[in-house]
Write a protein that binds this ligand. Structure first.
Ligand SMILES: *[C@@H]1O[C@H](CO)[C@@H](O)[C@H](O)[C@H]1NC(C)=O
Ligand SMILES: *[C@@H]1O[C@H](CO)[C@@H](O)[C@H](O)[C@H]1NC(C)=O
Ligand SMILES: *[C@@H]1O[C@H](CO)[C@@H](O)[C@H](O)[C@H]1NC(C)=O
Ligand SMILES: *[C@@H]1O[C@H](CO)[C@@H](O)[C@H](O)[C@H]1NC(C)=O
Ligand SMILES: *[C@@H]1O[C@H](CO)[C@@H](O)[C@H](O)[C@H]1NC(C)=O
Length: 512
């Protein structure tokens, strides 16, 4: 362990290249910078059939594929008071969660305004709620009735749902996210078919229907319009009274060219356009990137002048690191293979954070950014969850860059790799902020171990573990919860090997 830790510090020293000390505290961030942690409704609530809740497309996908489900998960629906207390104890400034659309509006008729949601919003006062309206889970009846996001009717229904949420909960919520990870939701749900609603036309992927070459673009377009339309409603009806903000969340990859060749550089630019420029372009400049228009052609729908989009504030998500190469092969499953990305099997690469924040700053006029999800998934034996190459549409075999994460077997609670990860990435954010990025918040994914879309209950991102065999689903802080809590309390973040040992010994004294 000693040896691997030494490797890690060397890497940090390299990553920060001496200009920014590893030794920082939250007070090095600008005033008002928000630190929090998050969950989402399907992954946290459970109580899948209680109080009239009806299935969402996420329930349907899990049940049809027999890959675990969120029927019960960590029972946040009943345990939210306990969890909110833990958040307060952890010194979080903010808590991010999502509202379950199929719970609030299980059929065409609105349920009683949801007391629990309302309560959860109120309880988190002093621990600001950041609420997501849509986290992969639209009601199944809308999918059955007209095809969900493939149909423009969804824009109207989503806006009506958003309107209800703003009206009912807006007095307690200042930060709204309309759609979670709009870009990878479209890719995962409609091209790869691996995430809800699980549509694709890739042979061998187990999708019942779909069209991997067209649907992603239709859905992406409708998501952008739904975001625009609900933001407009907020501005017209609620903004003056409630004074909040509405943003869209996107998933970013830390993309860098695999080699210094011109081809790899161009492939990297193209990959950025296809992943995030796809949504940031319309939001900030009112049109899709030229590269995409050229390659996707008529499958990409054009915006009319009447479609005013606005970012409000942008959200950035879960960052994985990838390097990009010019593809060696084209056209697979009718899908153009436009670039080839290599999943770096090295979780600690805070430069990915800096690369992304720098890209948003330079290419999109430095909008306000909140990092809504950043975290590390570990098996209970602390091995890393590596998404298989096949889980990714654009992956291919290529060399890795970075420094391997250490893997050792300790108790689940002693998640040293996660502490190192959070320390490194928060340090990366600080570096970007110091270089002018308008990043205003950072949320660890996730607050407690949840049902995960990849890995189910085998893996956890949580600061707190949940004993899923215990009828009370007991929560216990991991080392990372203690570390984050100390950090939020103002302690300096740097943990030499001595600090880690001390934290561990404090932890065992506390008999968790
Ligand atoms: C997908 O849609 C395109 C355009 O309508 C069509 O040409 C293609 O055959 C469809 N592919 C599948 C698998 O249905
Ligand atoms: C850790 O657990 C996972 C899931 O049970 C397993 O696939 C992996 O091989 C284990 N790793 C080690 C090093 O034991
Ligand atoms: C810092 O910001 C400047 C100005 O935007 C930019 O030119 C430079 O590349 C940035 N440095 C890093 C390390 O990203
Ligand atoms: C989880 O809960 C079960 C049932 O209460 C208990 O037997 C087990 O020891 C617990 N596991 C841990 C790691 O605390
Ligand atoms: C361990 O506990 C002691 C006594 O409460 C405290 O002073 C120290 O800062 C703790 N160490 C860490 C790394 O949290």
């Amino acid at each position: 362990m000693e040896q691997i830790f030494a490797l890690f510090t060397i890497f940090l020293a390299f990553a920060f290249s001496g200009r920014c000390s590893d030794d920082f505290s939250r007070y090095d961030f600008p005033d008002g910078f928000v630190f929090g942690a998050g969950t989402s409704a399907y992954q946290w609530e459970g109580a899948a059939t209680e109080d009239g809740r009806k299935p969402s497309v996420w329930d349907t996908l899990c049940h049809s594929r027999n890959q675990g489900n969120g029927d019960m998960t960590c029972d946040g629906y009943h345990k939210y008071k306990e969890d909110v207390k833990l958040m307060v104890d952890t010194n979080l400034d903010a808590f991010r969660f999502s509202i379950s659309w199929s719970r609030l509006i299980p059929s065409k008729i609105l349920q009683e305004p949801h007391l629990r949601i309302s309560n959860a919003c109120k309880l988190t006062t002093g621990n600001e709620p950041y609420v997501t309206l849509y986290h992969y889970d639209h009601p199944q009846y809308l999918e059955d009735e007209y095809g969900g996001w493939l149909n423009r009717l969804m824009i109207k229904d989503f806006t009506a749902y958003a309107d209800v949420c703003f009206r009912e909960f807006g007095n307690h919520v200042k930060f709204w996210t309309t759609i979670n990870e709009a870009n990878v939701f479209s890719i995962g749900g409609y091209t790869d078919g691996l995430t809800p609603p699980g549509r694709c036309s890739i042979p061998g992927r187990n999708c019942l229907s779909g069209n991997s070459s067209t649907e992603q673009y239709i859905v992406g377009h409708n998501l952008l319009l739904a975001h625009a339309s609900s933001s407009r409603i907020y501005k017209q009806k609620y903004k003056d009274m409630q004074g909040g903000f509405v943003g869209l969340s996107l998933y970013f990859l830390g993309l860098i060219p695999s080699t210094s060749s011109k081809d790899d550089y161009i492939a990297t630019q193209r990959a950025k356009s296809f992943y995030t420029g796809w949504m940031l372009g319309p939001l900030i400049y009112g049109h899709y990137p030229d590269t995409m228009k050229r390659i996707v052609g008529s499958r990409l729908i054009r915006f009319h002048r009447s479609h005013t989009l606005s970012c409000g504030f942008c959200h950035k998500h879960q960052i994985q690191t990838f390097s990009v190469r010019e593809p060696k092969f084209l056209l697979r499953h009718g899908l153009t293979k436009l670039f080839c990305i290599c999943l770096n099997k090295y979780a600690v690469a805070p430069w990915a954070m800096e690369v992304v924040l720098e890209y948003i700053k330079q290419s999109y006029g430095n909008p306000p950014v909140y990092i809504l999800e950043n975290g590390l998934s570990l098996f209970s034996n602390l091995s890393l969850l590596i998404l298989s190459e096949s889980a990714h549409q654009f992956s291919c075999q290529c060399e890795q860059i970075g420094i391997p994460m250490k893997q050792d077997s300790q108790l689940k609670q002693k998640d040293t790799p996660r502490v190192e990860y959070l320390h490194a990435y928060i340090g990366g954010v600080l570096k970007s902020v110091r270089n002018g990025s308008d990043t205003r918040g950072y949320f660890v994914w996730s607050f407690v171990d949840l049902y995960e879309i990849f890995g189910g209950y085998e893996v956890g991102f949580g600061l707190y573990s949940v004993n899923f065999s215990d009828p009370h689903l007991k929560r216990s802080p991991k080392l990372s919860a203690h570390w984050y809590s100390d950090f939020l309390n103002g302690k300096t973040a740097f943990l030499g090997s001595q600090g880690i040992a001390e934290l561990q010994s404090n932890l065992s004294l506390n008999s968790y």
